[in-house]
Write a protein that binds this ligand. Structure first.
Ligand SMILES: Nc1ncnc2c1ncn2[C@@H]1O[C@H](COP(=O)(O)OP(=O)(O)OP(=O)(O)O)[C@@H](O)[C@H]1O
Ligand SMILES: [Mg+2]
Length: 282
């Protein structure tokens, strides 16, 4: 157990160092070559062009079927837009880039929330967002996007090109679904090759925020092992489903491994007037 804790402390320190290096290099870096065409952003920096990725088509009907309120605008988008503003502010203040989404138990709505957050963030034209389906046991981004037969994400995690695994939505959102579930997902997520591939991907595509959709904390060690390699995490709890002891335990475990950005209470059927959204102000 002590050795495990020591390994996690080391991984967190390595992530912190990588972040410091990225900060120091910011401004001077002109993008890494090798991932296809590059474009200049508003600051004149060169980054690989998302137009090289096949586009996904997300219709309003699909948005309603898959609970993608962020695509529908106005009322349905409001909770996601409020969340994105908080995320951007907190991550921006600290210079954080990699955000994990997890929950105490299954089916709290992590994947739906991660995709809605990515879609909402992408509407800020100046941000480049990368969403990775890293719930390798139960991948679901492909079904949320209603994609047939997407590639296995394992190829990307073994050093493959984003252009062969990713899809684009608009000019600044890259989505990486996974076409095949893995039972060795914990090992794969913690593998040095995977971590190096993620670092390389970030260096090449220069996203402002990378959202990693992860499995729940209870039931396997996938998320436990991966959290030291992100900058912060959002915890998704489901109303009338997640218990307080489950949430307490999850928050304390996540907090030992990375920075807890916040807890989102999802699936609320009832809101009180102090915390709910003002539905008359769209
Ligand atoms: N805000 C919401 N209100 C009601 N239902 C929701 C909400 N968000 C998600 N759901 C539904 O809950 C179910 C689980 O959602 P989702 O797959 O996003 O959860 P998850 O936490 O990623 O699950 P898993 O643990 O299997 O990865 C889906 O049927 C989804 O449509
Ligand atoms: Mg999920």
């Amino acid at each position: 157990m002590e050795r495990l804790e020591a390994a996690m402390v080391k991984a967190r320190a390595a992530r912190q160092e990588a972040l410091e290096r990225a900060r120091a290099a910011k401004g001077g870096a002109k993008g890494v070559e090798g991932e296809g065409p590059e474009v200049a952003d508003q600051n004149g920096d060169q980054r690989a062009d998302l137009a090289a990725l096949p586009p996904v088509i997300l219709s309003p009907d699909l948005a309603r079927r898959q609970r993608l309120g962020a695509l529908l605008g106005q009322g349905p988008a409001t909770p996601h837009d409020i969340l994105r503003s908080r995320v951007v502010r907190q991550m921006g203040e600290k210079g954080w880039k990699r955000l994990a989404v997890t929950s105490p138990t299954t089916k709290c709505g992590k994947s739906t929330l991660a995709l809605n957050l990515a879609l909402s963030l992408a509407r800020y034209g100046q941000f480049r967002i990368l969403l990775l389906d890293l719930d390798l046991r139960h991948p679901s981004l492909a079904s949320l996007l209603e994609l047939r037969d997407p590639p296995e994400i394992t190829g990307l995690l073994r050093g493959g090109k984003l252009a062969r695994h990713g899809y684009s939505y608009g000019p600044n959102l890259a989505l990486v679904p996974n076409g095949l579930a893995r039972i060795d997902s914990a090992e794969l997520l913690q593998d040095a090759t995977t971590l190096a591939a993620l670092d390389r991907l970030e260096a090449e595509w220069r996203p402002d925020i990378v959202i990693c959709d992860l499995p729940p904390m209870q039931g396997n060690d996938d998320t436990l092992g991966f959290l030291p390699h992100v900058d912060c995490a959002l915890i998704v709890a489901a109303a009338e489903m997640t218990t307080l002891p489950q949430l307490d335990r999850c928050e304390s475990e996540v907090g030992q491994l990375t920075n807890v950005l916040g807890v989102v209470l999802n699936k609320c059927r009832y809101t009180d007037r102090n915390t709910g959204f003002d539905q008359s102000y769209y």
